[in-house]
Design a protein around this ligand. Structure first.
Ligand code: ATP
Ligand code: MG
Length: 444
C-alpha cells in the first residue's frame, strides 16, 4: 500500500479531547472517527487491526469446539420480558419501536436470544454440550461513554454461550472458555489476568474477569503478583487438566473491587506480593446455571424420561475494546512510538524510501522489495511521499508497523537498513528479513 493513496488521515498533534493514550493515538493516526457520543466509524487502519483481533478470537473459539452463529443486532422485547430483564436492564438498553408499534431493542447482550434459539431446536441431553458464539455489534447506552472505543455505546463483542445438563459438565464448558481466553490474549501479546468477579446484572455464582494492567483502566484490582508468572495456555482440552489449570489461578488472591475483602487479602498474600492497581477488563466469563433456562422454560429430556432445565454460562470478549487495550499496553506515548504485535499489526512492515525530486531510484527499489514481500505474504506500507527522513520516521512510528526498512543512499548493496520502530538499525539482506518475519508469524 502506498501511503500517498491510503486513507490514513494523520494529525500533526495530539487531539485535545483525548484523555488516554489509546484514544489519542487512534484519533492521531485516523484509526477511528467519532460519529456521535460513544459511536465510531472505523477507518482502514483501525479496521484492519480489529479484523485481525477478531480472527484470532474466532480461531480460539473454534479450537475449543464452539460453533459460530450470527444473531441479529435488533431483538424483540418479548424474550426479554420472559427473562425479566426488560425492566431490570434499565436505561443502558436502547429501546426502539417499529412501524407496527412493536417494542424492539438494540441488543446489549444475547442470553435471551440464544436461549430462544436453543429451546426451539434442541430437546435432548444427547445434543449437549452446546457451545455457541457470535461476534456482533452491541449497544449499551452507557451513562459516561469515554476514552474512545474503550467505553463506547456501540461496540463489537464476541459473546459465547454454553448449554449443559449438570453443574459438573457446565464447569467443564466454563473451563474450556477459561483456557481459550488465556490462549487468545497470549496471541494478542497481552498479559490478561483472570480475576474473580461479581456477576452483576447477568446473575449467577461463578465468574472471572480477564484484566490487563493499565493506569487508565476503570477496574480496581487487588492481586497477588505471583499470578502474573503463571502460564497455562498449553493445558490439554480435557476435564481434569482444565480443572487443575483453573485451580492454579485460583490459588492466588486476585479480585476486582466488588469482591475485595481486606482481611482475606492480607491473610492470603504476603506484603511483598500484594499489588493494588488498575486494569482494563477485556473479557468476562460467567456461570449462571438455570437462571435463564428456568425463566424461559428451556429444558431437555434426560435419560429415564425426566426433564431438566439446561445449565448455562456466557463468555464475552470486547473485540473493539481490545484495539484500545493493546495500544494502552504497547504505545510509548512519550516517544510517540507504537509497536503493534505482529499478530494484529495493520501492516507487517514499513518501507521508507528517501526520495529526491530528481531521483526515483529509492522508490523503485521499495517497489521491488514490496513485490518480493507480497510473494511471501508480508504486507507493507510504503511511504512514497517526498518528505524528509525524520518526518517519515515519525509517521511510521505512529502507524506502528512492527518492522521498518529504510531505503536511502546507503542501501546500494544487498544489505538493507532494517529496524523495529525506535530500535537499532541492523544491516540485513531481504532474504533474512523475510525469514525473520515469516518465523515470527508462524509462531503465533
Ligand atoms: P464494564 O464493567 O467495562 O462495563 P461489563 O462487565 O459491562 O464491562 P460484559 O457485559 O461482561 O461487560 O461484556 C463483555 C466484554 O465487552 C467486556 O469484558 C468488555 O471487554 C466489553 N465491553 C463491555 N462494555 C463495553 C463498552 N461500553 N465499550 C466497549 N467494550 C465494552
Ligand atoms: Mg458495563
Amino acid at each position: 500500500m502506498l501511503l500517498s493513496k491510503s486513507f490514513i488521515p494523520i494529525l500533526k498533534n495530539n487531539p485535545s479531547e483525548a484523555k488516554i493514550k489509546s484514544h489519542q493515538l487512534m484519533l492521531r493516526v485516523g484509526m477511528i472517527k467519532q460519529a456521535s457520543a460513544g459511536i465510531y466509524s472505523w477507518l482502514p487502519l483501525g479496521f484492519k487491526v480489529m479484523k485481525k483481533i477478531e480472527k484470532i478470537v474466532r480461531e480460539e473459539q473454534d479450537k475449543i469446539g464452539a460453533q459460530e452463529i450470527l444473531m441479529p443486532t435488533i431483538q424483540s422485547s418479548e424474550i426479554w420480558k420472559e427473562s425479566g430483564r426488560y425492566d431490570d436492564y434499565g436505561e443502558e438498553m436502547l429501546r426502539i419501536k417499529d412501524r407496527q408499534n412493536r417494542e424492539m431493542l438494540y441488543g446489549p447482550t444475547n442470553e435471551e436470544q440464544v436461549t430462544e434459539i436453543f429451546r426451539s431446536s434442541l430437546k435432548s441431553y444427547k445434543s449437549l454440550p452446546q457451545l455457541l458464539y457470535h461476534i456482533q455489534w452491541k449497544f449499551r447506552d452507557e451513562i459516561r461513554p469515554r476514552f474512545g472505543i474503550m467505553r463506547g455505546r456501540e461496540f463489537y463483542m464476541k459473546d459465547a454461550y454454553s448449554f449443559d445438563i449438570t453443574d459438573e459438565d457446565a464447569f467443564f464448558s466454563y473451563n474450556k472458555f477459561f483456557l481459550s481466553y488465556l490462549r487468545t490474549f497470549k496471541r494478542l501479546s497481552l498479559t490478561a489476568i483472570p480475576m474473580a468477579a461479581d456477576t452483576g446484572p447477568i446473575g449467577g455464582n461463578l465468574s472471572h474477569e480477564f484484566i490487563i494492567l493499565a493506569d487508565t483502566g476503570e477496574s480496581k484490582i487487588f492481586t497477588d503478583k505471583r499470578i502474573f508468572d503463571l502460564t497455562n495456555d498449553d493445558t490439554e482440552l480435557e476435564k481434569s487438566s482444565l480443572e487443575q489449570m483453573r485451580k492454579r489461578y485460583e490459588k492466588f488472591y486476585s479480585v476486582t473491587d466488588e469482591k475485595f475483602n481486606k482481611v482475606e487479602f492480607e491473610k492470603m498474600v504476603s506484603e511483598e506480593n500484594r499489588l493494588i492497581t488498575k486494569g482494563i477488563e477485556v473479557g468476562h466469563i460467567f456461570y449462571f446455571g438455570d437462571k435463564y433456562s428456568k425463566a424461559m422454560d428451556t429444558a431437555v429430556d434426560l435419560p429415564g424420561g425426566k426433564k431438566d432445565f439446561v445449565k448455562m454460562g456466557s463468555y464475552g470478549i470486547g473485540v473493539s475494546r481490545l484495539v484500545g487495550a493493546i495500544i494502552e499496553a504497547k504505545y510509548d506515548d512519550e516517544n510517540e512510538i507504537m509497536k503493534w504485535p505482529l499478530s494484529v499489526a495493520p501492516y507487517d512492515i514499513a518501507l521508507i524510501p528517501m526520495i529526491n525530486k530528481n531521483d526515483n531510484s529509492a522508490l523503485e527499489k521499495a517497489n521491488k522489495i514490496n513485490s518480493e514481500l507480497i510473494r511471501n505474504n508480508i504486507e507493507a506500507i510504503i511511504d512514497d511521499t517526498d518528505e524528509n527522513y525524520s518526518s517519515k520516521i515519525k509517521k511510521m512510528n505512529l502507524i506502528g508497523a512492527p518492522y521498518q526498512i529504510i531505503i536511502g543512499k546507503k542501501s546500494d548493496g544487498d544489505l538493507l537498513e532494517f529496524k523495529e520502530p525506535g530500535g537499532e538499525t541492523q544491516n540485513l539482506s531481504l532474504e533474512k528479513i523475510i525469514e525473520i518475519i515469516t518465523k515470527q508469524k508462524a509462531s503465533n
